[in-house]
Design a protein around this ligand. Structure first.
Ligand SMILES: Nc1nc2c(ncn2[C@@H]2O[C@H](COP(=O)(O)OP(=O)(O)OP(=O)(O)O)[C@@H](O)[C@H]2O)c(=O)[nH]1
Ligand SMILES: [Zn+2]
Length: 213
């Protein structure tokens, strides 16, 4: 069973064409774990490593568990965080900004780490969200195979749907290990992506206040 918030966020992403491309293969959590465990055994053996070695023997199991329950746990909406929303009785009308939310994600092209931080802001309308829930939403969508642009948009749309306002902004800075540890091997570059809604997009001063950090 999914929570109302999880269903709301999923529909909002689908409506905007920003849901992660997924297909229901009908496998349960345990079936996914079993299958990945078996396939990783083949990969490790194909690489010519000895699975009888006591350090390697559990690696297929560790990777299967890590994929299903940890780094890709955000593919399952049953893991969507419990969201605490409160009525904006104090009539906050100024920007609420949570800076330097650390996250790690996984690049969907190479399945290696993306390591970064996010800053999220909104201008409350009728509702205020528990602060830690912003970090949890960032983490939920980061725990998927991702491209940074989509990750940034998914956080924006999720918060817009939950907070019932367009006035949300997200910026993310990240190091992609597919750029750093392989391929072009650039150890310095960082990627910044921004997703702006409502007044953050339309009003230069609000945008500047947000981006000034
Ligand atoms: N736009 C975008 N691209 C990404 C992201 N993560 C990785 N990539 C890029 O995805 C591209 C995949 O390109 P390909 O040419 O198919 O893959 P590749 O041969 O491994 O490319 P190189 O990384 O250049 O060696 C690379 O340029 C990656 O840097 C991301 O979050 N956003
Ligand atoms: Zn990559």
């Amino acid at each position: 069973m999914l929570t109302e918030e999880a269903m709301l966020v999923r529909s909002a992403l689908e409506a905007r064409g920003l849901e992660t491309p997924m297909r229901d293969n009908g496998l349960s959590r345990d079936q996914k774990y079993q299958k990945i465990n078996q396939l990783m055994t083949e990969i490790v053996q194909t690489l010519g490593l000895d699975l009888n070695d006591d350090s390697l023997s559990e690696t297929p199991h560790r990777i299967a568990k890590m994929y299903v329950d940890e780094v890709f746990g955000g593919l399952d909406y049953r893991n969507f965080p419990k969201i605490a929303l409160i009525e904006n009785k104090m009539q906050v009308s100024e920007m609420v900004k949570v800076k330097d939310i650390s996250f790690t994600s996984t690049c969907e092209h190479h399945f290696v780490t993306i390591d970064g931080s996010a800053t999220v802001a909104y201008i409350p309308a009728k509702k205020i969200i528990g602060l830690s829930k912003i970090n949890r939403i960032v983490r939920f969508f980061a725990q998927r195979p991702q491209v940074q642009e989509r990750l940034t948009q998914q956080i924006l749309i999720a918060l817009q749907a939950l907070l019932e306002t367009d006035n949300v902004a997200v910026t993310m800075d990240a190091v992609h290990y597919c750029v750093k540890s392989r391929g072009v091997m650039d150890v310095n570059s960082k990627t910044q992506t921004t997703a702006l809604g409502g007044i953050f997009k339309d009003d230069a001063r609000t945008r500047a206040e947000f981006l000034a950090r």
